[in-house]
Design a protein around this ligand. Structure first.
Ligand code: HEM
Length: 440
C-alpha cells in the first residue's frame, strides 16, 4: 500500500463514503443511493420515494431523477455530457484525486473509455467498434450463443434428478464470457482469469467504496490491463478471424486509434460484454422462479421470450443508474441546473414510471411496452451490445428452462454488493429432472 493509493482512495471514495453514510442515516436520497442497503433490496420502493419528491430532485451534491421522460430527454440532450469519475468532486478533493490517479491505466469511467468521452473522440471510437460489431455480425452470433448455452447446460449438475447448483457460477457467468471470449479471440485457458478480473473490478462503476473494495478493484483493473496489453500484442503478431483482430485492424485504418484508445475500447467491449449479461441471466432466472405462473406461460408459448427479456431488463435492470453533467446553465423540469452540475439518472426508477408502465411494479411477461425501458441507456451512448445481450438473454434463459422446467430456488442466494450493477453473486437452484435439449 502506498501513500498515493491511500490519498487517491480518500479523495475519490473515503470522504464521499463518510458523508453518504451520515446522509443516509438522515434519510437523504443521494446518501441512501450510495450507502443504504435497503435501496438495493427494494429499488422500486426507492424509485417511488424519489418520484414523490418531484421530477428532478436536488440531492446534497447532485440532482436526481426517476422520471422516464426526463431521463430519456437528458440522455439525448447536447446540453448534457458524460463525465469522468472524480471530475465532479469539489475543489481540493478533485485536485487531490487528479494528482494521485495512475496515468495510462484503464478505467471504464475515465477517458479514453467510450463511457466517459463525447464527440469528436466518442464518434471516432464508436465508429471503429461499429464497423466490426455490425448488425450482421451480431445476428450471426445467435447460433453460437445457442451452441454455447446447450454445451454449458450439458455440463451442469450431473444429469440426475435433484442436484443443487450455484447457477451463477455454473451458467450465468459462463455463457457471456464464452460468447464474448469467442467473439474477441480470448483463449479458453484465459477465461477463468477474465472472470476473476471482472469480479474484482465490477465495483469500479461505484462511488464511496471502502478501502478494501477499492484495493480489490485496483488489483482487478491492473490484472485486466496487463492481460489486455498482452492479448492485443499476441493478436497483432498472429491475427485470428475474431472481432478483436478486426478491431485492431480497423483501429489502424481510417479512424486510427492509438494504443491506449484501442486498449480502452477493446477492453470496454470485453468487460461490458460479460459484466452486465451475467446479471441479466441471474436476475432473469431468479424472477422467473419467483413467478412460476409467468414461467409456465413462457414454456407454453415460447414466442413470448423476447418480450419476457425486455420485462426482466425493465424490472431488474443490470445497470441501475447513469449520470450526466450539464455543459451549460439550463432549465430542466422547471429547475435551474447550472453548468458543471451532475444529474443522476436512476434508470431503475425510470423503468417503473407509472406514466409509461401501467402497474409498474408488476412482473408481466406479456406487457406490450416493456421494451420502452431505459436499461440500455439512450442517445449517443446507447449500449453497443444491446442486440447481443438480448440474444443471450432470450436464448440463454429459454435453453435453461426448457431443459430444467421444474427448477426451484434452493436458498436465499446472495446479491452482488455493487450499486450501479445489479445482480446475484450466488443463486442456489435445485435443478429437477432434465428434459432433452430443445433447439430454438
Ligand atoms: C444486459 C446486458 C447489458 C446492459 C444492461 C448494458 C447496459 C449499458 C448501458 C446502460 C450503457 C450506457 C451507459 C451510459 O449511458 O452512461 C452501455 C454502454 C455500452 N455497452 Fe452495454 N449493456 C449490456 C451488455 C453489453 C454487451 C453484451 C456489450 C458488448 C458486447 C456491451 C457494450 C457496451 C459498450 C461498448 C458501451 C459504451 C457505448 C458508448 O458509450 O457509446 N454492453 N451498456
Amino acid at each position: 500500500m502506498t501513500l498515493r493509493e491511500r490519498t487517491h482512495w480518500f479523495a475519490l471514495h473515503g470522504v464521499i463514503r463518510g458523508l453518504a453514510s451520515f446522509g443516509a442515516k438522515r434519510g437523504e436520497l443521494q446518501g441512501r443511493l450510495i450507502a443504504d442497503p435497503t435501496v438495493r433490496a427494494d429499488p422500486g420502493g426507492f424509485a417511488d420515494e424519489l418520484r414523490a419528491r418531484g421530477r428532478l430532485v436536488r440531492g446534497r451534491a447532485a440532482w436526481l431523477t426517476a422520471d422516464h421522460a426526463l431521463a430519456h430527454q437528458l440522455l439525448r440532450s447536447d446540453d448534457f455530457a458524460v463525465t469522468a469519475i472524480g471530475k465532479t468532486l469539489p475543489g481540493p478533493l478533485g485536485w487531490l484525486e487528479e494528482r494521485t490517479t495512475v496515468k495510462g491505466r484503464l478505467h471504464p469511467l475515465l477517458p479514453p473509455s467510450l463511457l466517459s468521452v463525447e464527440p469528436p473522440a466518442h464518434t471516432r471510437y464508436r465508429k471503429t467498434v461499429s464497423s466490426v460489431f455490425t448488425t450482421r455480425a451480431v445476428a450471426a452470433l445467435r447460433e453460437r450463443v445457442q451452441q454455447a448455452a446447450v454445451e454449458l447446460i450439458d455440463g451442469i449438475g450431473d444429469g440426475t434428478v435433484g442436484p443443487i447448483v450455484d447457477v451463477v457460477d455454473e451458467y450465468c457467468s459462463q455463457l457471456p464470457v464464452t460468447v464474448i471470449g469467442d467473439i474477441l479471440g480470448v483463449p479458453d485457458r484465459d477465461r477463468p482469469r477474465i472472470l476473476e478480473f471482472g469480479e474484482l473490478a465490477a465495483p469500479s462503476l461505484d462511488i464511496g467504496l471502502s478501502w478494501s473494495q477499492y484495493r480489490r478493484v485496483e488489483s482487478g483493473l491492473d490484472g485486466f490491463n496487463t492481460w489486455l496489453a498482452d492479448h492485443i500484442a499476441a493478436l497483432r503478431r498472429a491475427p485470428g478471424d475474431d472481432l478483436m483482430s478486426q478491431l485492431i485492424d480497423a483501429s489502424e485504418g481510417g479512424t486510427r486509434l492509438d494504443d491506449e484508445e484501442l486498449r480502452a475500447t477493446a477492453g470496454l467491449v470485453l468487460a461490458a460484454g460479460f459484466e452486465t449479461t451475467v446479471n441479466l441471466l441471474g436476475n432473469g432466472i431468479r424472477i422467473l422462479l419467483e413467478h412460476l405462473d409467468q414461467l409456465a406461460m413462457l414454456l407454453d408459448r415460447p414466442e413470448l421470450w423476447p418480450g419476457a427479456v425486455e420485462e426482466i431488463l425493465r424490472l431488474e435492470s443490470p445497470v441501475q443508474l447513469s449520470a450526466r453533467i450539464a455543459r451549460v446553465d439550463t432549465e430542466v423540469a422547471g429547475r435551474n441546473v447550472q453548468a458543471g452540475e451532475l444529474v443522476i439518472l436512476y434508470l431503475a426508477g425510470a423503468n417503473r414510471d407509472p406514466e409509461v408502465f401501467t402497474d409498474p411494479h408488476r412482473f408481466d411477461v406479456t406487457r406490450d411496452n416493456a421494451g420502452k425501458h431505459l436499461s440500455f441507456s439512450g442517445g449517443r451512448h446507447f449500449c453497443l451490445g444491446a442486440a447481443l445481450a438480448r440474444a443471450e438473454g432470450e436464448v440463454g434463459l429459454r435453453a435453461f428452462f426448457e431443459r430444467y422446467p421444474d427448477a426451484q430456488l434452493a436458498g436465499a442466494g446472495s446479491r452482488r454488493e455493487t450499486r450501479v450493477l445489479r445482480g446475484w453473486s450466488t443463486l442456489p437452484i435445485r435443478l429437477g429432472e432434465a428434459r432433452a435439449a430443445v433447439r430454438s
